[in-house]
Design a binder for this molecule. Structure first.
Ligand SMILES: Nc1nc2c(ncn2[C@@H]2O[C@H](COP(=O)(O)OP(=O)(O)OP(=O)(O)O)[C@@H](O)[C@H]2O)c(=O)[nH]1
Ligand SMILES: [Mg+2]
Length: 463
């Protein structure tokens, strides 16, 4: 959207703080009418308004009208504001009713109620932030774990945006070369690009893009948390371990094998990471229909999980059921916990080593609470195994980004193939343009209106 269009936008207002009683509430107004509303509503101790300065004063319905509240106001003159427009904010006492009265007065003075995310949308449309940063604002507000918060902060600072924009620049250069060759096919030298040269330029872009797509697996786990399936044969202590990890007695524990039937799922956070723990039915062969169904579900959980926590009973020898589960371990990201180490030992980590091929083995006692910290540590460690390689590097955490970038990768592969097979350069240029479009969607330069609306609708009112 062009600046001229922005000027014609109406003025919006919303309460930017959560509803309810609180020390302070903030009402935000953005748009051309904001300064007039400020001067009409707010009586500061002094007349002149300096941008970005807080003034103490009163808010009145009209010149002689009743006083609504005492508070502070700030005017952030365009374009030096969050939205890039004239922005005024009122800091008022945080009573639900009184804040609403002030908002209503503002609306009666020529503003309309802002839609969800509309301030951020204007900020994006006015080029203050790109789409990646707008989404980061939303994630920063909703982040529930430290790791995701940190990732959102990096995104807001522009880490991912810079990376993607650099990729776009390299692509634009390459496209310009290809197009120049198309435009002046006869002219030797100037602007002409050789196919192998083009391929050499394309390679690093392709690789960086692929790496970014691949980072989504980790990004998703940071955003959504790690799905852990606690599996093992009956009575080994799965529910006891689940309860210990949750720090409360969520699942029923008895000495009867086959206690847990249905899968029990709970979310817990430690070390800044969210874990979705699933306690499952003990795996064995049974003719009981209910238990059978439970066991089916346990296998289902295992397949769905990011991480398998396989439990063995250290006071008993390995059984065939244990062995069939342990066979899964190397195929899956897994941790093996040997439980009941408070009892006489039949099974040691040492004896399991040859079977396990590097899978971590943690001895614990769920009954006594021993080894639980080590187990938590192992869960954290295994959750992000790839982190060892550049934990703080750029990554994507949103599926919207992944889908768009995958399209970009595909187009670049097609471009590469066209170059390789000597197909017309028009085809190469077309694919490069397709890739540019796809990548541009991530930062918001080529995103269509519908998608934009969808993105900003997820925001809260006043954001
Ligand atoms: N001595 C000892 N007993 C334990 C330990 N952990 C669990 N138990 C006991 O083992 C029995 C089974 O524990 P659960 O946690 O119900 O085992 P489960 O694997 O969930 O069993 P199912 O739901 O039947 O598959 C209970 O009597 C627990 O008290 C431990 O570390 N040491
Ligand atoms: Mg159980």
């Amino acid at each position: 959207m062009k600046a001229s269009q922005v000027l014609t936008q109406d003025t919006i207002a919303a309460i930017a703080t959560p509803l309810g009683e609180g020390g302070v509430a903030v009402i935000r107004v953005s748009g051309g009418e904001a300064p007039r509303i400020l001067q009409k509503l707010f009586r500061p101790g002094r007349k002149e308004w300096e941008s970005h300065h807080l003034y103490v004063g009163t808010m009145n319905v009209s010149e002689e009208g009743r006083m609504l509240d005492q508070g502070m106001a700030v005017w952030m003159k365009a374009p030096h504001s969050y939205t890039g427009e004239e922005v005024v904010e009122f800091h008022v006492h945080g009573g639900a009713l009184s804040t609403h009265r002030i908002l209503e007065t503002i609306l009666s003075m020529g503003a309309r109620l802002a839609e969800a995310g509309e301030f951020s949308k204007r900020s994006f449309l006015n080029g203050k932030i790109d789409l990646i940063q707008a989404e980061a604002v939303c994630d920063l507000v909703s982040a529930k774990t430290e790791l995701f918060l940190q990732e959102a902060q990096r995104r807001l600072q522009g880490g991912l945006s810079q990376h993607i924009n650099a990729l776009r620049q390299s692509l634009i250069q390459l496209l310009a070369h290809v197009e120049a060759t198309l435009d002046f096919p006869e002219e030797e030298g100037v602007g002409e690009i050789h196919r192998d040269q083009a391929q050499n330029q394309l390679k690093p872009i392709q690789e960086k893009l692929k790496k970014l797509v691949a980072s989504y697996e980790e990004g998703r786990r940071i955003r959504e948390g790690i799905r852990v399936a606690i599996v093992g044969r009956p009575n080994v202590g799965k529910s006891s371990i689940f309860n210990r990890l949750m720090n409360f007695d969520r699942a029923i524990v008895t000495e009867i094998p086959g206690t847990t039937r249905d899968t029990i799922e709970e979310v817990v956070s430690f070390s800044g990471i969210q874990f979705h723990l699933a306690d499952t039915a003990g795996i064995r062969s049974t003719s009981n229909r209910i238990e059978k169904e439970g066991i089916q579900r346990a296998w289902g959980q295992l397949r769905l999980s990011d991480l398998a926590l396989i439990i063995l009973d250290g006071s008993e020898n390995l059984t065939d059921e244990d062995r069939s589960l342990l066979k899964e371990a190397p195929m899956h990201r897994s941790i093996v916990a040997i439980n009941k180490i408070d009892l006489p030992e039949k099974l040691t980590a040492q004896t399991l080593k040859p079977v396990l091929n590097g899978t971590p083995v943690i001895p614990i006692s769920a009954l006594k609470g021993e080894g639980m910290e080590r187990l938590r540590g192992a869960l954290v460690q295994e959750a992000f195994e790839e982190r060892k390689e550049g934990a703080q590097g750029v990554m994507i955490t949103l599926s919207r980004h992944k889908v768009a970038l995958e399209r970009g990768v595909k187009s670049l592969e097609e471009a590469d193939r066209a170059l390789e097979q000597g197909l017309p350069l028009e085809i190469v240029a077309g694919e490069l343009r397709g890739a540019l479009d796809a990548i541009g969607e991530v930062v918001g330069v080529t995103t269509n209106e519908e998608v934009l609306n969808e993105i900003f609708r997820r925001f809260c009112i006043g954001k």
